[in-house]
Design a protein around this ligand. Structure first.
Ligand code: SAM
Length: 276
């Protein structure tokens, strides 16, 4: 690792192993990453050269879905789990542009998110950042900082962008989503973006998904490209909003948005649903 990087790494940040949030930050053109993260990203780029495009399309999906929840669905409080490092168009910026009184809690288990997030995400009395693990959903719902900002008797927008595919099957991501949704009021919304393996519908893309999965598991130790059925199961008991579960650029695109049909197009999907 370059010497200047080693010096500027904040205390408690392990720069000897890649981290999901820092690799993703690199793909988005951010600066909060280290040599080890960039090496991992280069490997992923060999299999999916348009990974930066996929990351950007995930952020655009985030912007459109949060805007929809704030403007059309009247959601005024958001819980963003696996929020990642600050970037352009953070959730509170999108939500508060549509509804200035919107409150946002960012949650991530990577300490670097807290280091950089305190300055850039917890910017006013309506936003905060906490360090917690989605694998302990009840602890998140009971966290004093969250309870200080979120009124659980009112609808919440639960944002799970690009996090569930970092949970292994035996960590029961479906059960975790259900436990989080059980704590939220009727009218709450759930949004998920997720790596997708399209199987026989797109055999070449499916092969690429398996290769990417292998690289992610060997280097980051995490990554599951799930089937359409597996991803739809997260929304059991909820009402899926139109157009359902689709490749990210197909979820209510803005008129001026042009989707690039790259190799990752069918391997990154998302949907929004409402708790009846
Ligand atoms: C690919 S980034 C996505 C960032 C942001 N949500 C987005 O979609 O633009 C995934 C984030 O999930 C976080 N994460 C992974 N596993 C987690 C866990 N068990 N609990 C909390 N956060 C987790 C990572 O640290 C990382 O910041």
């Amino acid at each position: 690792m370059p010497e200047n990087e080693q010096k500027r790494a904040p205390q408690g940040i392990d720069t000897t192993k890649p981290s999901v949030s820092r690799v993703y930050d690199f793909l988005l053109g951010g600066k909060d990453n280290y040599e080890v993260d960039r090496q991992m990203a280069e490997m992923a780029l060999k299999v999916a050269p348009d990974a930066p495009e996929a990351a950007r399309s995930n952020r655009q999906f985030l912007r459109r879905t949060v805007r929809h929840m704030a403007r059309e669905a009247g959601i005024r409080q958001f819980l963003d789990i696996g929020s990642g490092l600050p970037t352009q168009g953070n959730v509170h910026e999108v939500a508060q542009q549509a509804a200035p009184e919107a409150r946002v809690v960012y949650v991530d288990h990577d300490p670097i998110v807290l280091v950089h997030g305190r300055a850039l995400l917890a910017v006013n009395a309506s936003t905060t950042v906490i360090e917690a693990d989605i694998r302990e959903p009840e602890a998140i719902l009971a966290h004093p900082d969250i309870k200080g900002l979120i009124d659980f008797s009112q609808p919440v927008g639960l944002l799970l962008f690009a996090i569930l595919h970092h949970l292994a099957d035996d960590e029961d991501p479906g059960g975790i989503v259900a436990r989080l949704m059980a704590g939220l009021a009727p009218g709450s919304h759930l949004v998920i973006s997720h790596f997708h393996n399209p199987g026989q519908a797109h055999p070449k893309v499916s092969e690429q998904a398996f290769s990417a999965e292998k690289i992610f598991n060997e280097t980051l130790g995490t990554g599951r490209w799930r089937t359409r059925e597996e991803i739809l199961a997260y929304f059991d008991g909820l009402e899926l909003l139109e157009p359902g579960l689709v490749p990210l650029p197909e979820w209510r695109p803005d008129a001026d948005e042009q989707a690039q049909l790259g190799i990752t197009y069918h391997t990154f999907v998302g949907a929004v649903a409402r708790k009846p």
